[in-house]
Write a protein that binds this ligand. Structure first.
Ligand code: UD1
Length: 446
């Protein structure tokens, strides 16, 4: 087996700004949905197929984990097939620790199939502490015995049962853990304060297609009646709303116009209304969404759970704010610690101040903590090229669009983070006219 901790070699890009980015980008199904569908496939007695998948490193990482459990996984272009068949193990190799958020989501399905599970500790992007306490307490409420060891999470429980669970915060991952576990548990599960992000609903619909009994009630409540068996299903993934927004902003920040295909308007409602408030013009059809602007003004934006302004849209927006007129405010209420990318933007000339206070909206749950979670951005400020190391997927995209809007070339190290989460980002940017040269060699070590 190839080393899972290094699915894509560290790579650097030299970015040469060319002026406005103009053209078309087609996005595929969302990164935040595809791997969850692969996990759901473990619950079926027959194979499942997921279509319109992006070609991203996260799929290879997840496929490697599933294969190590005895599943057959085929990745052919945009189609991923998972045949759970005769699973041979409930232990995910520890070498998969720290790569993405999938191991914790495997616990419920693996308990149903194997009765005993060992998964390495979760990783994902470096955005705050990303604890798993909601997952663990939900699994325990459904009858799992969970022990944390230095290597990972060990769980036992052959006969899981339904439970009444209330999440302290509408966590996407914990909601998915509950859905993926409750569908085959004995009896009814009532999940309150659940996440209702489009990718969560998409997973629930996939499970329903597999034969699960899931109801979505008003006020963030799911009711799940456990069934005895599920069969495989097929699903064409809906477009990635994070990529769609990011490329629309890439056009706006360079004074250009990007037309995004493959992501329906309904997934971008808050993104579109926010950019409209700032002065962007939209053209929207059933096939595409395009944005441009003569002049962009400042805004006050607070990230939130769906249908609020998505936290993954925050870093491209911060770059856009550097090119808008006036003082803009960003209040991050979903994750503490989601502003590490700002330091490099400041080195490029951005005028951004960070605060631990709740600015621009109601007080959030980070009010009492000393977490830095608000930013004030002054614009328009000329940016200049720089040498930057990508901290995580979303910060990485922000750096590329900052480099595209800057004067002079930039070298961006560790862009393999981008390739874990975006479908062929280099080709997409090149199609929009950006000059990117791939530099071989080791990362800068950050
Ligand atoms: C997912 C997305 C990520 C997105 C986020 C919020 C994937 C792979 N990633 O991440 O892109 O930004 O939803 O829309 O789908 N929390 C706890 N304890 C827990 C679980 C979560 O305190 O057990 C907290 C987190 O620290 C965070 C908040 O809840 O502050 C939201 O996290 P969550 O919604 O779970 O994010 P992910 O599912 O990890």
């Amino acid at each position: 087996m190839s080393n899972p901790s290094m699915p894509v070699a560290p790579t650097s890009w030299r970015v040469e700004p060319i002026g406005p980015l103009v053209g078309d980008v087609t996005v595929r199904g969302s990164k935040n949905a595809v791997t969850k569908h692969m996990v759901a496939a473990l619950l079926g007695d027959t194979p499942s197929r997921v279509l319109n998948c992006p070609e991203i490193g996260d799929i290879e990482i997840t496929a490697g984990m599933l294969r190590s459990l005895g599943c057959e996984v085929e990745v052919e272009g945009s189609a991923v097939s998972v045949a759970p068949g005769a699973m041979s193990s409930g232990h995910v190799p520890l070498s998969y620790g720290g790569l993405n958020r999938i191991p914790i989501l495997l616990v419920g399905p693996l308990l149903h199939r194997m009765g005993e599970v060992l998964v390495p500790l979760v990783g994902g992007d470096r955005i705050g502490p990303r604890p798993i306490d909601f997952h663990v307490s939900s699994l325990e409420a459904m009858g799992a015995e969970v022990t944390m060891t230095p290597e990972g999470l060990h769980a036992k429980g052959a006969q899981l049962h339904g439970a009444r669970i209330r999440l302290p915060f509408p966590s996407v991952g914990a909601t998915e853990t509950v859905l993926l576990t409750a569908v085959l548990a004995k009896g009814r599960t009532l999940l309150e304060n659940a996440a209702v992000e489009p990718e969560v609903i998409e997973l629930a619909l996939f499970l329903q297609r597999m034969g699960a009994r899931i109801e979505l009630r008003p006020d963030r409540r799911f009711v799940i009646e456990g069934v005895d068996r599920l069969q495989g299903a097929e699903h064409f993934l809906a477009g990635d709303r994070i990529e769609a927004f990011s490329y629309l902003v890439a056009g706006l920040v360079t004074g250009g116009r990007v037309r995004v295909r493959g992501c329906v308007q309904g997934r971008l409602v808050t993104a579109i209304s926010t950019l409209q408030r700032m002065g962007a013009h939209f053209e929207i059809t059933d096939e595409w969404v395009a944005a441009d602007a003569d002049r962009l003004g400042h805004a006050v934006v607070q990230t939130d759970t769906h249908p609020g302004f998505m936290t993954d849209w925050q870093s491209p927006l911060a770059v856009l704010f550097t090119q808008c007129e006036g003082m803009s405010v960003l209040h991050e209420t979903v994750y503490e610690g989601r502003f590490p990318y700002v330091a490099a933007l400041k080195e490029m000339g951005a005028e951004i101040e960070l605060f631990d206070a709740c600015l621009g909206g109601r007080d959030c749950r980070f009010n009492e903590a000393s977490a830095v979670h608000s930013a004030v951005v002054r614009g328009p400020t000329p940016l200049h090229g720089s040498e930057i190391v990508v901290p995580d997927i979303r910060g990485g995209f922000a750096y590329v669009i900052a480099a595209a809007a800057a004067q002079g070339s930039s070298v961006i190290h560790d862009v393999h983070h981008l390739e874990r989460g975006y479908h062929h980002p280099m080709e997409a940017f090149s199609d929009l006219g950006l000059k990117i040269e791939r530099l071989a060699g080791p990362s800068s070590g950050a």
